[in-house]
Design a protein around this ligand. Structure first.
Ligand code: NCD
Length: 628
């Protein structure tokens, strides 16, 4: 349709229509191209010249603003600094609302311009390889772009500045919805752009399952390199460092840039360079004169593309199209208190009054975890405590409860809590569990930690490169114990870090750094020992490995666990095991460590779960506690 913009213009397809632009954040291209598009279609535009002069400063919610302005206009175009705000406004408006950028979340109309530009330059999108560079964590244009590229079966190479990698929730969506997998790219291939950063390749063709290797031995490394070497790079998509979304003091470090050396490289002779603009210093002005620098064209296409988008929306208005997309089950708490999105910049946190807390409910996360995905900002987190509304009982979520929880959800009897305190405030009592059997005591756990530490030292090529990474939270405690043991034996403390599979901030961070301003952990060329308390399905380890390989290229990763329960769903084999305890699905193995329970000694217990549906009828015996 954008190709026929001239015709749309002469047909004045938006005659009599009004578009309102509400921009709570600065904008030049997006706002002016939307406004120009509407004028060219024969429509008119109303706007607040600056949202600081709107009722927002008097404390009006975005919900109210959306409701009111939607009675003045036929379409709203909104940009806001909180993730998910535009979705919230769309729920309150009576007319279509276009997302012109919401926080670090998405910027879909920019993606339409990007795809249009790429297709014009390269003929088609399928099979193209696009390198996305820079701030992949906070750059909202990137998030919308990668989903769209996946939809058209293009390959994506990520080249993130250190600490600005593509968020886990974005990668997971690419994996789950589009069947994409990750592979590392030979770094020297891209050294014309950046030398310090590792690249990753996201492809629909599933050349291998990187996440299944616990150790990148030289043979596998060579195989991976040949698999992705000789890639034809069709486009570089550069982005600016989104300083305004970063905490102070976290903006430093090397940042990719494209300059003269890039232009001279023979292998980039057909590679176009794109940028959503504004640029700061990541693109050399020399590129402006080269035919491959197509970012100004990309900005110019903003008008025809947005003309097409507006026309498309006006055509859709009535009757409403029926969606054929299979949607995930939605969870809304039946209780007054309930789960909260962990993304501090989410509209549900910043302005709860404008939202109804709704989540996608996903089973089958790492370790069989139950995951909530915020429907506003898409961030994900793990459910710890579930309750049954009718019997007013709660317990820690466990893979064995998957079917029961699905049933509760169907009957709208599922409660999810942030904490035991919250469950108890709502009058819930803990479910009882079966009798506990001790399978490891304090001395045995100490012995296992010592034995694992010795084995690690025996296998370690260069102790200076050792990095002990614990999976939060019990894996982190064990990692610290292993590090202390190594210190005893070696007289030096290895670096320790922790990895959070479903967190809201940085996924890998330093543990107990003496200096709070210490640089982020570097994974490059390290010998990493990934530590967790229990391995069961193997999915936690796989997710942790995928975060590690996304954040840097280690020399090797080995896996250490205190307990191996067997029953793997994915073939991950731990290198160091404290004890093998084959156990059934109905059983729970719980590692109790003094760091997390003040009144307990270290021990490992096993017990069976009493089906909450049966157990619901019986009274909890005094002294039984919820297992968390
Ligand atoms: C982008 C944005 O606002 O997200 N710009 C744009 O819309 N063309 C990118 C940026 O600000 O870096």
């Amino acid at each position: 349709m954008a190709d026929g913009a001239q015709k749309l213009r002469s047909d004045r397809v938006a005659k009599g229509q009004i578009m309102a632009t509400l921009f709570y954040e600065p904008s030049t291209r997006t706002r002016l191209s939307f406004e120009s598009a509407m004028h060219r279609l024969g429509g008119s535009v109303i706007s607040c010249s600056d949202m600081k002069s709107s009722s927002a400063v008097k404390g009006e919610t975005v919900a109210d603003t959306a409701k009111v302005v939607s009675s003045y206009a036929d379409v709203l175009v909104v940009r806001h600094y909180w993730d998910g705000t535009v979705k919230a406004m769309a729920e309150h408006a009576d007319v279509p609302v276009i997302n012109a950028g919401d926080g670090s979340h998405e910027h879909p109309s920019q993606t339409l311009c990007d795809l249009y530009t790429l297709r014009k330059e390269k003929g088609e999108l399928k099979g193209l390889t696009v390198v996305i560079c820079g701030d992949l964590k906070n750059g909202r244009t990137i998030h919308s772009l990668v989903y769209a590229l996946a939809r058209f079966s293009a390959n994506v190479v990520t080249l993130a500045a250190n600490g600005m990698e593509l968020p886990q929730y974005v990668i997971e969506r690419l994996e789950k919805e589009y069947g994409y997998t990750l592979a590392p790219v030979a770094s020297d291939d891209l050294s014309a752009v950046v030398t310090e950063t590792d690249a990753l390749y996201l492809t629909p063709r599933q050349p291998h399952q990187l996440a299944l290797f616990t150790q990148l031995d030289p043979v596998i490394q060579t195989r991976l390199n040949t698999m992705v070497s000789g890639l034809r790079y069709d486009a570089f998509y550069m982005t600016r460092k989104q300083k305004e979304r970063m905490k102070e003091g976290t903006t430093g470090g090397a940042y990719p840039s494209i300059g003269a050396s890039f232009l001279r490289e023979q292998r980039f002779k057909d590679t176009v360079v794109m940028h959503p603009l504004p640029r700061v210093d990541e693109l050399s002005p020399e590129l402006d004169k080269d035919w491959r620098g197509i970012y100004f064209k990309q900005a110019a296409y903003g008008v025809p593309v947005r003309m097409a988008l507006l026309k498309f929306l006006f055509d859709q208005r009535d009757p409403k199209p029926t969606s054929t997309k299979k949607s995930l089950p939605i969870y809304q708490s039946p209780e007054r208190l309930g789960p909260q999105c962990r993304n501090a910049n989410c509209i549900t946190v910043m302005e709860p009054a404008s939202t109804v807390r709704k989540f996608d409910l996903l089973t089958g996360g790492p370790g069989g975890a139950l995951i909530l995905g915020c429907t506003y900002c898409d961030h994900r987190f793990k459910v710890q405590l579930v309750g049954h509304v009718k019997s007013k009982r709660y317990c820690a979520y466990d893979i064995a409860l998957a079917e029961t929880v699905k049933d509760w959800l169907k009957k709208k009897e599922l409660a999810i809590f942030n904490s035991i305190k919250e469950a108890e405030e709502l009058g819930y009592e803990p479910y009882k569990s079966g009798p506990q059997r001790n399978i490891m005591d304090e001395a045995e756990i100490d012995g296992a930690v010592r034995e694992i530490s010795q084995q690690i030292l025996r296998d370690c090529q260069e102790p200076d490169r050792l990095l002990i990474l614990g999976v939060r939270s019990k894996g982190s405690y064990l990692a610290q114990r292993i590090a202390a043991e190594i210190e005893k034996q070696q007289n030096r403390t290895p670096e320790i870090g922790e990895i959070e599979i479903y967190g809201s901030g940085d996924e890998i961070r330093r543990l107990s750094a003496a200096d709070p301003n210490a640089a982020p952990l570097s994974l490059k060329d390290r010998e990493i020992i990934l530590v967790d308390d229990v391995i069961y399905t193997g999915r936690t380890a796989r997710s942790a490995l995928s975060i590690i390989f996304r954040s840097g290229r280690p020399q090797a990763v080995r896996l250490a666990v205190l307990i191996d329960r067997g029953h793997r769903e994915v073939p991950v084999k731990p290198n160091y095991v404290g004890k093998h305890i084959p156990s059934s699905e109905r059983e729970r193995v719980r590692v109790k460590l003094r760091e997390s329970e003040s009144d307990e000694k270290d021990k490992v217990v096993i017990y069976s779960i009493i089906n909450p549906n049966e157990g619901a009828q019986s009274e909890p015996k005094p002294g039984t506690t919820a297992e968390t």
